[in-house]
Design a binder for this molecule. Sequence first.
Ligand code: FEC
Length: 306
Amino acid sequence: MTWGVLLMAYGSARGPEDVRRYYTHIRHGHPPTEEQLNDLLARYEAIGGVSPLFEITQRQGEALQAELSRRHGASAFRVYLGMKHSSPFIGEAIEAMRRDGVARAIGLVLAPHYSSMSIGTYLEEAETAIARDPKPFELRPIRSWADAPGLIELLKNRILEVRARFSQKERDNLPIIFSAHSLPQRILSMNDPYPGELRLTGDLVAQALGTTNYTFSWQSAGRTREPWMGPDILDKLSRMAEAGYQQAVICPAGFVSDHLEVLYDIDVQAQEQAAALGMHIERTRSLNDDPAFIHLLADLVEARAQ
Ligand code: FEC
């Protein structure tokens, strides 16, 4: 019997004309104010008008399909994309599987760290879509892959690669900042595993590199009224500059693809902040459709299908 692979990602606006719809969807149906909308449009404009996220997710899906077919033949696994905020939505992917006669699937979110407000919401959405049809359907979720050896190896190599862009003198005292998307602070009182998951990834990568010079920060906090987890990456840079650091590597370990939160929040905003502080920062390359990353995804799917 064929396994479906429900490959889930955030999704993006297809272009400027889709941003209002997208933003309203992210805000659980509440339309943004004109000011909020214009602010988001300006951020997309700064990265070329449209996020590459959807196109990269598509390439990841195609490459994962090719890798699973190479390992197990063409009909063992069938990959379906399911986005949180744009089409094809998670529910549409479930419907497509049912239409194709697929009755079981591995659920894999393209983000390594579990939180009830992140991976948890993707899985809930999949379960809700499954429950709409009484016919049986088995969903086997991969809840976290924060400590997957393939991820640790990839991030270690990405950091080694980026170190080469610093002078020998700078490399002597080169801290690594591991970052992930911030979430509302209330997750802390819910004992949510998210902060610990990022810490686990960072600790393992640092261990693999043999360094103790690393720290953590949160980025891309939402523009809502409630407090979000800190320290924010911009504050982190200020504090590091105050402590005498003139350089740092930023490893956005909570993301796997190039998109707004990396291309704008790090490459534009954090770089501007670093320039103002007189710091030299470099970011690790996103995993995107790197064959080693696709191998890791195939390993995760394969293991869960056992
Ligand atoms: O390139 C793109 O077009 C998409 C970039 C993008 C990614 C992404 C990933 C995550 N988010 C997470 C949580 C939240 C929560 C809220 C929230 C709001 C936004 C807004 C934009 C946005 N997020 Fe996002 N996120 C991306 C983009 N995110 C734009 C709205 C503007 C703003 O308020 O700044 C708050 C709304 C809510 O209550 O739901 C929470 C998490 C991730 C990383 C895991 C994942 O990829 O799913 C967690 C990419």
